[in-house]
Design a protein around this ligand. Structure first.
Ligand SMILES: [Fe+2]
Ligand SMILES: [Fe+2]
Length: 245
């Protein structure tokens, strides 16, 4: 378990699971109305809770965001709602209607496409990204003041990685995708006729930090990274399209 500040007041709490050689990263934005992105798995809750309590007053935790309905993204949501009386889940309409409002002990604050909300010094924009990285309900939050993209499973890397790198993630992401496709995690990420457009929309936000759920986060030209990831995904997941067929 490690905690690192990857951008001003944006913290990455990382749990490495050696049995599957994978990091699970949870992000805390410390602000007047703190936001947690990824609740983590139920099994990790005690460890992540202890780390979050070192960063913020849990009574002030206001927002709990995630990309899509999956246990590492939001499995411990109700555990957080039990200990954080002012916290509220925040997600898109599909997430709320299809899963979250049935699962959660508190209804979600629904954000529409490109809607923004402020937490104090930071302002977040919700961008629906259906099936990117996966899930009909998928979306991401873009922190506009620091230009940090909370990008969930995009740029997934296996292994115990440094919290933040300035080096390109492109080849690591390619290796991870190739490795996933060759084993039991095949079909982890789909490639649809919307994938390239959605990644281009994210690139146009010009993020300078990519907060990655599995592996290192990235500081640098996020637009370039997202465009390179788009090529990698097309080449690995849809080679016929990459060859123009
Ligand atoms: Fe996921
Ligand atoms: Fe994930």
């Amino acid at each position: 378990m490690t905690t690192d500040e990857i951008a001003p007041d944006i913290f990455r709490i990382s749990v490495y699971v050696p049995e599957i050689n994978l990091q699970f990263n949870h992000f805390v934005i410390r602000d007047e109305e703190p936001l947690l992105f990824h609740t983590g798995l139920n099994a990790m809750f005690p460890a992540v809770e202890a780390a979050v309590r070192k960063l913020i007053d849990i009574n002030k935790l206001r927002w709990i965001g995630f990309s899509h309905f999956e246990s590492d993204e939001c499995g411990a949501l109700n555990r957080w709602l039990e200990i954080a009386p002012n916290a509220e889940p925040v997600c898109g309409l599909i997430g709320a209607l299809v899963s979250v409002n049935d699962f959660s002990n508190k209804p979600a604050r629904v954000v529409t496409a490109n809607e923004t909300f402020a937490t104090g010094q930071h302002r977040f924009r919700f961008i629906p990204t259906p099936h990117v990285p996966h899930g009909w309900d998928a979306g991401v939050l873009f922190e506009e003041s620091r230009k940090t993209l909370l990008c969930s499973d995009l740029f997934h890397q296996w292994g115990e990685m440094k919290p933040l790198t300035h080096s390109s993630l492109t080849e690591r992401a390619r290796d991870a995708l190739v490795q996933s496709e060759a084993g039991p995690f095949a079909n982890y990420v789909p490639y649809t006729h919307h994938t390239g457009r959605i990644l281009e929309e994210l690139a146009q936000l010009q993020p300078t930090t990519l907060a990655v759920m599995h592996g290192s986060s990235y500081s640098g030209d996020g637009a370039k990274a997202l465009r390179e990831l788009s090529v990698v995904m097309r080449e690995v997941l849809c080679p016929d399209a990459a060859r123009g067929k």
